[in-house]
Design a protein around this ligand. Structure first.
Ligand SMILES: [Zn+2]
Length: 112
């Protein structure tokens, strides 16, 4: 699935990447809605990218954000089986705050 389509279907995602390239061919990635820009340093065979901050040069690290899955009846706010979806959210430890560990709940339509 394309990342843009994935983001449309999964509104709860905390991190949606946007990509750009300059005239020298250097690629950049920016999390949508944030002002920071990351420089893509390398990409391994599995597509895992390594980034440095374009402002301060720090290595970009990632935090785990947990999204509770609400799959119970919607009239019971917050109900569900107690499972979570985990997402890795990148951030610069110098320029940005660590993303909060509790993400937006995922609402799954419930049917009787
Ligand atoms: Zn930085």
């Amino acid at each position: 699935m394309l990342k843009a389509d994935c983001a449309k279907k999964n509104q709860w995602l905390a991190f949606v990447p946007e990509y750009a390239k300059d005239s020298s061919g250097q690629e950049f990635m920016r999390p949508r809605g944030r002002s920071v820009v990351y420089r893509i340093v390398s990409e391994d065979a599995e597509g895992n990218e390594t980034y440095t901050c374009n402002d301060c040069g720090s290595r970009i690290i990632s935090a785990t954000v947990a999204h509770p899955v609400w799959d119970g009846p919607s009239s019971f706010k917050g109900s569900g089986g107690g499972s979570c979806q985990y997402e890795q959210v990148p951030y610069c430890s110098k320029c940005e705050k660590k993303p909060t560990g509790s993400g937006i709940p995922i609402r799954v339509p419930f049917q009787f």
